[in-house]
Ligand binder design. Structure first.
Ligand code: CO
Ligand code: CO
Length: 317
């Protein structure tokens, strides 16, 4: 695609960043993002919450502050009760309220399948934009939410997942990345940040170092996961996206022989509304994780480091 360049464009579509960022003044840039998808849970209100939390996350992943949002909705008006639409929108609205974001409009179309999400606008200081590239050798990598929600959704569809596990997974997906981002942006030396969504942890980590002169080491036993999913993975209960993610990125991945095979699958699990993946110096990373844990982001952990060797590769230990 022939792209138009502009000196004020800070992040466009070239490097798979989470959102577009455009400089308006020396001290102000706008962040724009759009995300919507089909239901991943049965309850319409919960679906609205998860979809909104996911859409807002891309602004947090740039280090920005979301200000306004617009609904985008596809609805099968002839097949579905209108009350379902109302519930979805209410769920989304509640998340916007929690985020301090103003709903300013939106658009709906008739479609065969329900789809919902937000277009979000936020702001940031142009010097404080966090791209997905920029990780430096010596950095620690922080992940703020556990992995496995894609596998749990698949198990749920096959009636294999217990109520407790499903409830935990939903709570995780509906959780805003706001507090994590607020704590993160308290540090001026964060080098890179993205959020873990459809490509899984390894897919998004790959984007961080693709073409860069650093590599990544992941300590698989330190990665927060929903432990109940081990049995599902061993039974082959995994979303189709997981296999696609693995196929797409496996040439960038090396797995230590001591690392259990099922963990690698989990690291490729597509997440709906996953956590932030942050690259920053280890001392500050440890402090940040401590603060996150104290403030209720209890799964946040250091999961690996950025290394000068094995450029463009991810080693899983
Ligand atoms: Co993103
Ligand atoms: Co996105």
């Amino acid at each position: 695609m022939p792209l138009i360049s502009d000196p004020n464009l800070i992040a466009g579509i070239e490097h798979c960043d989470d959102a577009g960022v455009y400089k308006l003044r020396d001290d102000l840039a706008i962040i724009q993002t759009l995300d919507f998808f089909t239901p991943i849970v049965d309850d319409p209100y919960t679906f609205g919450q998860v979809a909104a939390a996911n859409s807002l996350s891309d602004v947090y992943a740039m280090g920005g502050k979301p200000l306004t949002a617009m609904n985008i909705i596809c609805f099968p008006i002839n097949k579905m009760e209108i009350s379902i639409l109302r519930e979805v929108l209410l769920g989304g609205l509640d998340k916007m309220r929690e985020a301090g974001v103003l709903l300013v409009g939106g658009h709906s179309v008739e479609d065969d399948e329900l789809k919902y999400g937000l277009s979000v606008t936020g702001t940031i200081h142009p010097d404080r934009v966090l791209l997905n590239r920029g990780a430096r050798a010596g950095d620690a990598l922080v992940l703020t939410k556990p992995l496995g929600t894609g596998i749990i959704n698949t198990a749920l569809k096959g009636n294999m997942a217990g109520d407790d596990l499903v409830a935990k997974s939903i709570q995780c997906m509906a959780q805003l990345n706001k507090k994590a981002a607020d704590l993160m942006t308290g540090y001026s030396n964060v080098h890179a940040c993205t959020d873990v969504t459809g490509f899984g942890l390894l897919g998004h980590a790959s984007e961080m170092i693709e073409g860069a002169d650093v590599g990544i080491v992941i300590h698989s036993s330190s990665v927060p996961i929903f432990h109940e999913i081990q049995k599902f993975v061993k039974m082959g209960i995994m979303p189709g996206g997981l296999n696609r993610n693995r196929k797409f990125r496996m040439d960038m991945i090396e797995v230590d022989p001591d690392c259990p095979e099922w963990i690698v699958d989990v690291l490729f699990d597509p997440q709906t509304s996953g956590g932030l993946l942050i690259s920053m110096p280890p001392k500050e990373a440890e402090e940040l994780v401590g603060k996150m844990n104290d403030e209720g982001i209890k799964d946040a952990a250091i999961i690996g480091e950025v290394v000068p060797e094995t450029k463009g590769k991810i080693l899983i230990k």
